[in-house]
Design a protein around this ligand. Sequence first.
Ligand code: GRF
Length: 190
Amino acid sequence: MNNKPKIAVFASGNGSNFQAIADAVQAGKLKADLALVVTDRPKAFVVERAKKAGIASFAFVPKEYDSKQSYEEMLKEKLQSLGVEWIVLAGYMRLIGPVLLEAYENRILNIHPSVLPAFPGKDAIGQTMASGVETAGVTVHYVDAGMDTGQIIAQQSFAINGRDQRMVEQEIHAIEHQLYPATLQRLFNK
Ligand code: GRF
């Protein structure tokens, strides 16, 4: 019997968090069935990563659709036809709309490179550095209709300690690549 949760990862860019998830699945540390990568940017590097990892990917171009509602209807059908149960956002640069929020209520997750509720939205690391705060970090949260406002599931922070932005970014990504797969594993096995 296969009772592993079926997940789709949504990404728009590099896909290092997708990679960490795929590696954790491959290593048996994350017991999930990684069914699909969805991207809104056909040329994103995550597509290469998916191919290499042997995971199916699906790219769409949002502006070829009339509205967010119409491309989300299309995505919903695609995900449901594959039996996808969870949507895992990993650098997906679009807000999720009502169609997917209703179809996947409390089953959409995101990772964000700040200690939410501080610094939601774009360039969270830049915002963190510019503000002069002493700590940076990462949050995994449920997705709701707002920008990085859903219920927090896990957070990890660290002292910036005079480090420059590049070093802080490196530390954040290192934390993300551990925290996301570990949090998913905890959540799916509740
Ligand atoms: C990560 O920093 C994540 O927290 C944010 O977007 C970035 C995606 O990086 N939401 P990658 O594409 O997974 O490398």
